[in-house]
Design a binder for this molecule. Structure first.
Ligand code: GDP
Ligand code: MN
Length: 378
């Protein structure tokens, strides 16, 4: 589960990692009531990176400017995500930008640590263009991540003096966040050298977590009762969830329904293989009833731009006759191709055929057929 920047920073603050204090707003007018000293930074809260480049992060030196930026950012789309919330904070005076992250290193079967003096830009980009600017290591889970290890890492980034001490404090605290919160990733990009606010300028430059990205292990969410519920579902996804269907919107025009996550994924691949563009993933689950099937069809065809529907059912505990009744009841408004096989197949097939619907046995044939229908309709 991904956390929003403001949520990740609340977490960081609990572990004494320095962050800016911000205010979360949802409407541009709320800027007026904010008791912070200008210049401010306004930051779109969406669960994708690269907000700065997309225009989702702006500095404002006056209330007018802040309001204008807030109005522009709230409601904008960043990589397909609509901005519903903004964080407003006192802008930090940023000097150098570093990168620091802990993430699961699967081949090493432990947490890995990645740090770079080339922060503020995508680490993938740094890895491509200047891989020697990245320092890496892994953490022995039994030994932990100790200050001397953080110090070695910090020195490799060229840090010294009080900034090196800051780095040690931030890095060891970030590792504690990982372990205590069951995080798969904690990333600070940029971890910035700040000469003034939010710190006391007289104290010299210090490190500040200007950005915060945290992904928690879904399997461990139950262990952390205080966590936010952060799945940003689309309207259709929420409707499907309420019906107990697992549905994910995609950006194509060919709706897909199947039973079992593996079968649905394979169906998406087949459709893509034949040149179609899946509009969604929908798994009606095991033992789906007539009503589940009907609801599933009604949900997938509600997505704007859907021009075809492929239903791929392999009856096990799910019965083909139940499914067939749901298909007939729902009356798909778009071209539909059905593949049906397994438990009570003959009965299911009879029900479909009496409604004038042919059922395929071979899923590939069905996928090819529906892709052709949609292409033909275009
Ligand atoms: P991202 O684009 O989604 O990674 O968002 P970030 O929070 O990393 O912000 C992108 C960039 O905006 C940073 O690398 C900074 O250069 C700049 N930025 C963000 N917050 C501040 C701030 O408080 N003060 C200043 N001067 N720049 C900021
Ligand atoms: Mn960033």
């Amino acid at each position: 589960m991904k956390l929003h920047e403001y949520q990740a920073k609340e977490l960081f603050a609990r572990y004494a990692i320095p962050v800016q204090n911000g205010v979360v707003i949802e409407r541009p007018q709320q800027v007026e009531g904010i008791a912070l000293t200008y210049p401010l930074v306004l930051k779109a809260q969406v669960l994708v990176g690269g907000r700065g480049k997309a225009g989702g992060i702006k500095l404002a030196s006056t209330p007018d400017e802040a309001k204008r930026h807030a109005a522009a950012i709230l409601g904008m789309q960043i990589k397909g995500e609509k901005v519903r919330r903004l964080v407003v904070a006192e802008a930090a005076e940023i000097g150098a930008e570093y990168y620091l992250a802990f993430t699961i290193d699967r081949p090493a079967r432990r947490m890995g640590v990645i740090a770079s003096a080339a922060g503020g830009i995508d680490i993938e980009e740094v890895a491509r263009s200047t891989p020697d600017k990245i320092a890496r290591g892994t953490v022995d889970p039994f030994f932990g991540f100790h200050p001397y290890q953080a110090r070695q890492l910090g020195r490799r980034l060229g840090l010294g003096g009080s900034l090196l001490s800051d780095f040690v404090a931030v890095a060891t605290a970030l590792y504690r966040v990982c372990v205590s919160e069951d995080a798969e990733l904690v990333e600070v990009n940029p971890l910035a050298v700040v000469t003034g606010r939010p710190f006391d300028a007289a104290g010299g430059p210090r490190l500040l977590a200007v950005d915060a990205k945290v992904i928690l292990d879904d399997n461990a969410v139950y262990r952390h009762s205080g966590l936010p519920k952060n799945e940003e579902l689309t309207e259709l996804e929420a409707a499907a969830r309420a019906e107990g269907l697992s549905y994910v919107e995609l950006d194509g025009d060919l709706a897909i329904i199947g039973n079992g996550a593996g079968l649905v994924m394979a169906t998406l691949d087949m459709v893509a293989h034949f040149g179609g563009r899946p509009a969604n993933f929908l798994d009606v689950g095991g033992g789906a009833t007539t009503e589940n099937m009907k609801q599933a069809i009604e949900i997938v065809v509600r997505k704007p731009g859907v021009r075809g529907l492929l239903i791929n059912i392999f009856g096990g505990i799910t019965r083909c006759d139940d499914i067939a009744r749901g298909i007939v009841d729902a009356r798909s408004p778009v071209d539909m191709v059905v593949r049906l096989t397994g438990t009570n197949e003959d009965e299911g097939r009879r029900i479909l055929e009496s409604a004038g619907i042919h059922a395929y046995v071979d899923p590939q044939e069905a996928a090819r057929r529906v892709v052709a229908l949609v292409a033909h309709g275009a």
